[in-house]
Design a protein around this ligand. Structure first.
Ligand code: NAD
Length: 517
């Protein structure tokens, strides 16, 4: 019998990535000391067991951190451009493994094959970005107020970076952090989501080759496996100066408090509740493409997925009808088959949350425009496939105020000026991604102004979903305030030092203070 896995060459992909039936201990040749209970990974695509990993015990954890700390002592001495060369080689290895890793991402997480490849491409892109950056970790020079003095600032490696990642970007988020952390001279300890542990093993196996070929200490890249309990060990650990955590706002609030309690640094990338404003001057065709991809791409499981459409009353019916017609065309099924638009949710718990959201929006006064539902039968055996749904709602509904990690799109109506739409758009606790569809320059600029969108990402004539690695990525309010990836996001991975050098034979004090002895 042909299974989905065999049809799409999954066995070969797993072999190439060094995934075994049970992945334990240091068998991968990289720093993965996990020897605890078994964690099984089932595919949401077909419900089948892919492989298992062993979870990290408290003793394994201790060994990992000690190995990372030892590696840091050596790694920080390597000049930054040479660290960039390591990252360049890692990017090359990712190119060689793009097909296999993209397939695993798709099969273990459930996103489309194209999105799986796209995620690996993001990893390659951040490597390229980091290589150039490794020669540009600039500090400033300043003029001293004292004669014969020179002042400047420089950036030094920070230490161990703890990375906690979510299931929906099971490989890219790790690389956004590691590529920048490595060129900065830091070493990394990664706790991937317990829902996608094999992606963690695969990435670790790829970097292991680079570490080995360059005769570097393996503790530069460490992996710990398990659920929130192992994450808690990481966040409470005073030996880890920076915790970069990607996931739900619920998780971020716990992590932020723990890390702040020991005065550590945290970089938080949390939930979104993203909206597109559609003004009377919008290009309707572009709007529909942007909104549908934003709402149903990755089955609505992107932090930047479009959850709310805020449409001007004058074009409301037109946009609504076009959307409903577009939703009728959607093909739901195996994400490895490129003919399908929508794959599964990550697990049956996510399906329950999706169904609950649809019940709630009706109970709170909304109206379903495109019916949802859980699919069953041939091809849907995992129980994770759902129909993308659209509901008319009000921004004040409790369910609209929350991020439901599923393909549920709420249509909201506004009247009058664009400021009314902006007020609705900003009227949620989260602040990740936002967009306006308009050909009106004045409206676009008002949306981007200081009184416009309050999100970390604000786009014009592009949807909310997806971002390029060159820009700093992240959001405000309950999205956590962190920025990673491009621009100057590297600064959080380093410690800044201000240096003043006196090249005179006197010791003048600052602020004109006299201290004669
Ligand atoms: P989640 O919060 O359930 O889990 C994320 C990670 O946190 C997992 O590795 C989990 O084990 C760990 N974790 C959970 N509780 C913890 C604790 N108390 N201490 C330490 N670690 C803990 O999120 P998820 O369901 O995997 O992912 C979906 C969420 O992630 C959505 O809210 C989505 O918006 C968000 N997300 C945000 C971004 C972003 O860049 N802003 C990117 C991807 C996903």
């Amino acid at each position: 019998m042909t299974t989905i896995a065999s049809q799409f060459g999954m066995k070969e992909a797993l072999e190439k990535l060094g995934i075994k039936t049970i992945n334990e201990g240091t068998s991968t040749g990289v720093n993965n000391f996990s020897s605890g209970e078994i964690l099984e990974s089932y595919s949401p695509v077909d419900g089948k067991l892919i492989a298992s990993v062993k979870m990290t015990t408290a003793e394994d954890y201790e060994k990992t951190i000690q190995t990372a700390a030892e590696a840091f002592k050596k790694f920080r001495l390597i000049p930054a451009p040479q660290r960039g060369e390591i990252v360049r080689q890692f990017g090359e290895k990712l190119r060689e493994n793009k097909q296999a890793l993209g397939k695993l991402v798709s099969y273990e997480m459930g996103k489309s094959l194209q999105e799986g490849f796209g995620e690996v491409q993001e990893m390659i892109d951040i490597c390229d970005f980091a290589v150039g950056l490794s020669r540009q970790l600039h500090g400033l020079t300043m003029h001293s107020e004292r004669p014969g003095h020179r002042m400047y600032e420089q950036y030094h490696p920070l230490g161990i970076v703890g990375i906690i990642s979510a299931f929906n970007f099971p490989v890219a988020v790790w690389s956004w952090n590691t590529a920048l952390a490595w060129i900065s001279g830091d070493v990394c300890v990664w706790k991937p989501s317990e829902k996608t542990p094999l992606c963690g093993i695969a990435c670790q196996n790829i970097i292991a080759q680079v570490i080995k070929e360059n005769n570097l200490p393996e503790g530069i890249s460490c992996l710990i496996n398990g659920d929130y309990k192992i994450g808690e060990m990481l966040t409470a650990d005073t030996r880890i100066p920076l915790i970069s955590a990607t996931g739900s706002t619920r998780m971020g609030k716990i992590v932020a408090q723990t890390v702040a309690g020991r005065l550590g640094k945290s970089l938080l990338e949390l939930g979104g509740n993203n909206a597109i404003i559609v003004t009377p001057d919008a290009d309707i065709k572009m709007t529909v493409i942007g909104a549908v991809f934003g709402a149903v791409g990755t089955a609505g499981q992107r932090c930047t997925s479009t959850r709310r459409l805020i449409i001007h009353e004058s074009i409301y019916d037109k946009v609504k009808d076009a959307l409903v017609a577009a939703y009728r065309q959607l093909r739901i099924g195996n994400p490895l088959d490129e003919n399908n638009h929508v794959g599964p949710l990550i697990d049956t718990h996510a399906v329950e949350m999706y169904a609950a959201a649809l019940n709630k929006v009706v109970a709170q006064g909304g109206k379903i425009l495109v019916e949802g539902g859980v699919l069953s039968g041939e091809g849907y055996e995992s129980g994770c496939y759902v129909k993308p749904a659209i509901a008319e709602a009000e921004n004040s509904f409790e369910i609209v105020q929350h991020e439901t990690f599923a393909p549920v799109l709420y249509l909201l109506k506004y009247s009058g000026e664009v400021e009314n739409a902006i007020e609705i758009q900003n009227g949620v606790a989260q602040g990740l991604s936002s967009a306006i569809m308009t050909n009106n320059l004045r409206e676009a600029e008002r949306f981007l102004s200081a009184t416009g969108s309050d999100c970390g990402i604000a786009n014009v004539n592009i949807g909310t979903s997806g971002a390029e690695i060159g820009g700093a990525f992240g959001g405000e309010k309950e999205t956590g305030g962190g920025r990673e990836s491009g621009s100057d996001a590297w600064k959080i991975y380093m410690r800044r030092q201000t240096n003043t050098i006196n090249y005179t034979t006197n010791l003048p004090l600052a602020q004109g203070i006299k201290f004669d002895l």
